[in-house]
Write a protein that binds this ligand. Structure first.
Ligand SMILES: [Zn+2]
Length: 277
């Protein structure tokens, strides 16, 4: 949530492998020669395409913004991944090791198909050309049908930059005659989840019923103890009470207990009206 700057530190997931450069054979796991703190790109020959990939500026944003929907879709048999752009550190009560453990715990609760970290620098995310190619390389190797990015209006510069980066990398991902690993791939749609730092009265495009997933969503949020519990005002309301209140508000708008809102720039395409509440 808060990311006071104390300088760049090595990423906990670091798997430096200077011999694994872009352009290595397709059966090898490769990693960017620029973003050395990044996890390696998954081998496209050894991973089935994802149904959707959630791109999160920091570990915890995917859980906060759409953890219920992620778990609902996994419950229904979809293959879902999360790509965290940065380590999220430093923060007042976190450390690289703590965040790594917390992220692993949340990943286990959500039963994600895949999770990786792109090794960009916290509080310094920018949609540069190297960053675009780097994120597009993950898209090409994971081949998600849809992408989920943070909502485009936010106070946190990393979130705003992440949205721009996902949109640019989506286009880059389909380019031919490039050194990027993996096959050309163009995710069909980008949708936007809300994990915003502004007190906005947002108007979502749709809301997903997450009533059955709420308890597990809260558990996944609580996994990030250093961010949402340690040092926080115990309330009432506590920070987690606020998250529940938000989910109940969105649920009430669709006559359900809990909900999660989403936005889309392009019109929604539907094959049926069956799932409309
Ligand atoms: Zn964030």
């Amino acid at each position: 949530m808060e990311h006071p700057y104390r300088g760049r530190q090595p990423h906990p997931h670091t798997q430096r492998s200077s011999s694994h450069r872009i352009g290595a054979t397709s059966t090898m796991t490769v990693t960017s020669s620029v973003f050395t703190d990044s996890d390696p790109y998954p081998d496209p020959d050894n991973i089935e395409p994802l149904d959707f990939l959630v791109v999160a500026p920091h570990p915890d944003d995917a859980e906060l913004g759409m953890g219920g929907t992620i778990m609902r879709m996994i419950d229904e048999g979809m293959r879902v991944g999360v790509l965290d752009l940065t380590s999220g550190e430093p923060t007042p009560h976190g450390s690289l090791d703590i965040r790594k453990r917390e992220t692993a715990r949340a990943t286990e609760i959500m039963k994600l198909t895949w999770r990786g970290n792109a090794g960009l620098t916290n509080r310094a995310v920018e949609a540069t050309l190297p960053a675009r190619e780097h994120i597009a390389s993950f898209f090409r190797c994971l081949r998600p049908r849809w992408l989920f990015a943070p909502y485009h209006e936010d106070a946190h510069p990393d979130h705003v930059a992440a949205t721009q980066l996902v949109e640019a990398a989506r286009f880059h991902s389909k380019l031919s005659k490039t050194a990027m690993p993996g096959p050309r791939h163009h995710p069909q749609r980008i949708y936007y989840y809300f994990c915003i730092h502004l007190r906005l009265a947002v108007q979502p495009s749709w809301i997903v019923d997450i009533s059955e997933q709420w308890d597990r969503k809260l558990e996944s949020i609580r996994a990030y103890e250093s961010q949402f519990i340690t040092g926080r005002d115990p309330g009432p309301p506590s920070l987690t009470d606020r998250f529940r209140d938000d989910a109940a508000y969105w649920g009430r708008l669709i006559d359900r207990q809990y909900g999660e809102p989403f936005a889309t720039k392009e019109p929604l395409a539907m094959t049926s009206l069956r799932d409309l509440i």
